[in-house]
Ligand binder design. Structure first.
Ligand code: NAD
Length: 485
C-alpha cells in the first residue's frame, strides 16, 4: 500500500485524518528523502481515542481471556506473513539494516506469543480455610484504558513490550509512536485491523508533546508505559503519577563491558563491535564503554580497532551493509561533538568515524564506528549517553576497579563481562548495580518471557515491560474473603 500523507490516526477501527495544524516531515535517514508527514495530533484527538477506549472496556473485559487471545494468535500469523514488509519500513524510516529490523520484529512477535499464555499468566491465587470455614482468593482484573509512548530506535518492537499483555489482560490501549518513525505502527495497525478486534480496543494517535500531555492528564487513562530518554522518562513519570496513574518509564543508558585477560580475543571483539556499533549504537543496550583489565588492554585495543574499521556502513536496505545511519542530522552533529569532548578530556581517537564518504549516502546521517582510547573515566563523556556508534576504552588494573567505576555511574541498564572464569562471572553479576547482565554476551536483551530490567536512572517505576511484570502492571489485584453458612 502506498504511504499516505499526512499519516492518519486509528480510532474506533477507522482511519481518521488529524486536524493538526502542525505536521512534521518523516525522513529516510540514509538518503534525506522525505517519506511522508506526521500530524502532531491535538488534545481533542487524544480525548476521542480515550472515549472510544473507555466505551470498549466493559465488553472487552467480559470477553473470556481464551477468546481475547484468539485475536493475538491472528496477529502473530499476520506479523509473520508481513515480517519482511514491516522490516523494510523500519529500515526506511529508522536506518538500521534489514537484518536488524527483522530481528526487531522477531522480538515483537515473541511478546505476542508470550501474551497468548494469559489464561495461565493472569490467574490469581487462593487459600481455603484462612480461618475455619473461610476462604480467601486473589483475582486479577484489568486496569482500564492504558497508553504507550514509544521512542524512535525500535519503531516496531517496543510497543509490543506492552500492547499484547495489556489487551490480553482485558484492557484497552492507545499507542503514541515516536514522531520520527511513525510509519511502522501504521503497518502494525493495518494488521491489527485485520484481526477483527472490536472497536476501541486499540487506537493509534500520532503526535508530539501536546499529544503526550493530553495522555498524561486525561483522568480516564489509568496506566502509562513510556520508553525514551532519561530526562523525558523522569518528567513523564512525575506527571503521570501526579495525575494518579500507574506508570512505568524506561530511560537512557551508558552501558559498560568488562574484558578480562582470559577472555577469548576474537569472539570478544566481535561481540563488543556488534553491541557498540549494531543499530549504529542506537540501542538502549548498546555498549558505550569497554573496561579492559590488565593484559587485556593490548590485544583488545588492537582487535576492536580492526573490527570497527572493517564494519561495512551504508544504506540498511543494501545487501552486505552491517551498519546504517543515525536518525537525524542533529543527532549526527551531537555525536560528532561528543567525540570531540572525549578527545578534549584526554582520549586518543583511535578510529575516527566522523565525516565518512559513503557512496550514495551524501544526504544521509552517516558516522562510521569510532573508538576512543584511554577515555577519562571521570570525564563527562564517560557519564553521557552518546546513542551513536562510539566506544570509549578505559584501562584498569582489576575487575574490582571496573565494577566500582560501573557502580558509580548514574545509569543501570546493562553491563557485560567477557571471561573464562566462573568465579569472576559470579562476582560480577552479584556486585554490579545493573538490571540486565551479560556474561560473554554483548547485548543482554531479555527475551519476552523475562522482564526488561533497567535500574537507577535507566528506569522509573517498579514493574518493567514484558512477561510477568507486564501482567502485574496491566492487572489490579482484588482479594475476596468468603464465608458460607
Ligand atoms: P525521547 O525521550 O526523545 O522520545 C520518546 C517519546 O517521548 C517520543 O514518543 C516523543 O514524542 C516523546 N517526547 C519526547 N520529549 C517529550 C517531552 N518533552 N514531553 C512529552 N513527550 C516527549 O527518546 P528518543 O530519542 O525517541 O529515544 C532514544 C532514547 O530512548 C535513548 O535515551 C534510549 O536509551 C532510550 N531507550 C531506552 C530503552 C529502555 O528500555 N531503557 C529502550 C529504547 C530506547
Amino acid at each position: 500500500m502506498a504511504i499516505q500523507t499526512p499519516l492518519p490516526n486509528y480510532i474506533n477501527n477507522t482511519w481518521h485524518f488529524s486536524a493538526a495544524t502542525e505536521l512534521l516531515d518523516v525522513t529516510n535517514p540514509a538518503t534525506g528523502e522525505v517519506l511522508t508527514q506526521v500530524p502532531l495530533s491535538p488534545t481533542d484527538e487524544v480525548h476521542h481515542a480515550v472515549t472510544a477506549a473507555t466505551a470498549a472496556l466493559d465488553d472487552w473485559r467480559r470477553t473470556p481471556p481464551v477468546q481475547r487471545i484468539q485475536y493475538l494468535f491472528k496477529l502473530k500469523n499476520l506479523l509473520e506473513e508481513n515480517l519482511d514488509d514491516i522490516a523494510k519500513t523500519i529500515t526506511l524510516e529508522c536506518g538500521k539494516t534489514l537484518d536488524e529490523a527483522k530481528g526487531e520484529m522477531r522480538r515483537a512477535i515473541e511478546n505476542v506469543e508470550v501474551a497468548c499464555g494469559i489464561p495461565t499468566l493472569m490467574q490469581g491465587t487462593n487459600l481455603e480455610d484462612i480461618a475455619t470455614g473461610i476462604d480467601e482468593f486473589m483475582i486479577r482484573q484489568p486496569v482500564g484504558v492504558c497508553a504507550v509512548i514509544a521512542p524512535f530506535n525500535f519503531p516496531g518492537m517496543i510497543t509490543f513490550w506492552f500492547l499484547p499483555y495489556a489487551i490480553a489482560c482485558g484492557n484497552t490501549m492507545i499507542v503514541k509512536p515516536s514522531e520520527k518513525v511513525p510509519l511502522t505502527m501504521q503497518k502494525v495497525f493495518q494488521l491489527l485491523a485485520q484481526t477483527g478486534l472490536p472497536e476501541g480496543v486499540v487506537s493509534l494517535v500520532n503526535g508530539g508533546r501536546e499529544t503526550v500531555d493530553a495522555i498524561l492528564t486525561h483522568p480516564d487513562i489509568r496506566a502509562v508505559s513510556f520508553v525514551g530518554a532519561t530526562a523525558t522518562a523522569k518528567a513523564i513519570y512525575a506527571k503521570a503519577a501526579a495525575n494518579g496513574k500507574r506508570v512505568q518509564c524506561q530511560g537512557g543508558a551508558k552501558n559498560p563491558l568488562i574484558v578480562l585477560p582470559d577472555a577469548e580475543p576474537q569472539f570478544t571483539a566481535t561481540a563488543t563491535a556488534e553491541s557498540a556499533f549494531g543499530c549504529a549504537g542506537q540501542r538502549c543496550l548498546a555498549a558505550s564503554l569497554a573496561f579492559t583489565v590488565g593484559e587485556a588492554r593490548s590485544w583488545f585495543t588492537e582487535a576492536i580497532a580492526d573490527t570497527a574499521t572493517a564494519r561495512v556502513v551504508g544504506n540498511g536496505l543494501d545487501e552486505g551493509v552491517e551498519m546504517g545511519p543515525v536518525i537525524t542530522p542533529e543527532s549526527r552533529t551531537r555525536i560528532e561533538g561528543l567525540i570531540q569532548t572525549g578527545a578534549e578530556e584526554g582520549a586518543h581517537i583511535l578510529v575516527d568515524g566522523r565525516h565518512p564518504s559513503i557512496s550514495g549516502g551524501e544526504n544521509g546521517n552517516f558516522i562510521r564506528p569510532t573508538v576512543l582510547n584511554g577515555l577519562n573515566p571521570h570525564g563527562t563523556l564517560a557519564q553521557t549517553e552518546i546513542f551513536g556508534p562510539v566506544l570509549g576504552l578505559i584501562h584498569v588494573d582489576t575487575i574490582d576497579d571496573a565494577i566500582a567505576l560501573i557502580n558509580s555511574g548514574r545509569y543501570g541498564n546493562m553491563a557485560c563481562l567477557f571471561t573464562n572464569s566462573g568465579a569472576a562471572a559470579r562476582k560480577f553479576r552479584y556486585e554490579a548495580q545493573i538490571g540486565n547482565i551479560g556474561i560473554n554476551i554483548g547485548v543482554a536483551a531479555p527475551m519476552a518471557f523475562f522482564p526488561f530490567s533497567g535500574w537507577k536512572d535507566s528506569f522509573f517505576g517498579d514493574l518493567h515491560g514484558q512477561s510477568w511484570d507486564a501482567v502485574d502492571f496491566f492487572t489490579q489485584k482484588k482479594v475476596v474473603v468468603e464465608r458460607w453458612a
